[in-house]
Write a protein that binds this ligand. Structure first.
Ligand SMILES: NC(=O)CC(=O)C(=O)O
Length: 273
């Protein structure tokens, strides 16, 4: 199964972003991709001041309608990046919607771990000043197996990927937008770590870098295989990365190094303390 990551050049115009996303999703479909991924905040700039302005409901919003149509017209599974959602009780969420090849919505992931960090003089961000957190582990079925979905900062929490893997996921996919401080430090390392922890495919899909934006994304959308090898990687510009999800290779990796069956949950029972 061919995976495509669309490293989209995101602008301040939602309309332009939706049109560009559609063009790229159809391009990826025409090149044989069956699972296509858009980046975090694919239809708005990334920043707490932008979330309320761009937020829209899941039902009957322009982004859901556009994503459903793109998935259907391309005949692909579409992990629709994320967009700021006006959710229940008028709370705002950073939300990923997942669409099937017939345009049906297969899942919704609201970012569980909000991006609140402070690296003085380098990168400060407080999603929780505007957003509420989701509380679900999200996965959906494809012909080659279950696929788990997290958003960006979720990748830093190994428990989420581990639960998804133990529930049968063959891949974890993260629409994300690391920045010029944490990107070079951790973006690839975290993907490789989650891949090796769980012997699964891990992919992270960023917006293209825009040096004029208030939050400058690192780019470098990439795919890592179950042995921890980076099998596809972009630079910072708008582009599409492709990789094959090879389930036989995943199974062989798990048989060769069977950590999955060697875990000692009897020893780790106090992990939450
Ligand atoms: N933007 C994020 O949610 C996460 C991020 O940039 C980081 O963890 O670093």
């Amino acid at each position: 199964m061919r995976l495509a990551l669309i490293q989209l050049a995101v602008t301040a115009s939602k309309e332009t972003n939706l049109a560009n996303a559609r063009k790229k999703v159809l391009e990826a479909a025409s090149k044989g991709a069956s699972i296509v991924v858009l980046p975090e905040c694919f239809n708005s700039p990334y920043g707490t001041s932008f979330f309320p302005k761009y937020a829209e409901p899941l039902e009957n919003g322009p982004s859901s309608a556009a994503l459903s149509q793109m998935a259907k017209d391309g005949g692909v599974f579409l992990i629709g990046g994320s967009f700021p959602e006006t959710g229940p009780n008028s709370k705002f969420y950073n939300t990923c919607t997942i669409w099937g090849p017939n345009g049906d919505r297969l899942g919704v992931h609201r970012k569980v771990h909000l991006f609140d960090i402070d690296i003085p003089g380098k990168q400060t961000f407080k999603e929780s000043s505007v957003l509420s957190a989701g509380s679900e582990i999200t996965m959906f079925d494809t012909p080659v197996g279950k696929v788990g979905v997290g958003i960006c900062y979720d990748i830093r929490f190994p428990e989420m990927a581990m639960i998804a893997a133990r529930k049968g996921c063959i891949a974890m996919i993260y629409p994300g937008a690391f920045n010029m401080t944490t990107g070079p430090l951790h973006w690839e390392l975290l993907q490789r770590a989650r891949a090796i922890d769980n012997q699964m495919y891990v992919a992270a899909c960023s917006p293209a870098r825009d040096t004029t934006a208030s939050y400058v994304a690192w780019g470098h959308s990439s795919v890592v295989d179950p042995m921890g090898v980076v099998v596809a990687k972009l630079d910072e510009k708008e582009d599409i990365a492709y990789a094959e999800l090879d389930i036989e290779f995943l199974q062989t990796s798990r048989e060769n190094i069977p950590v999955n069956n060697q875990r000692r949950f009897d020893v780790y029972s106090n992990v939450a303390q």
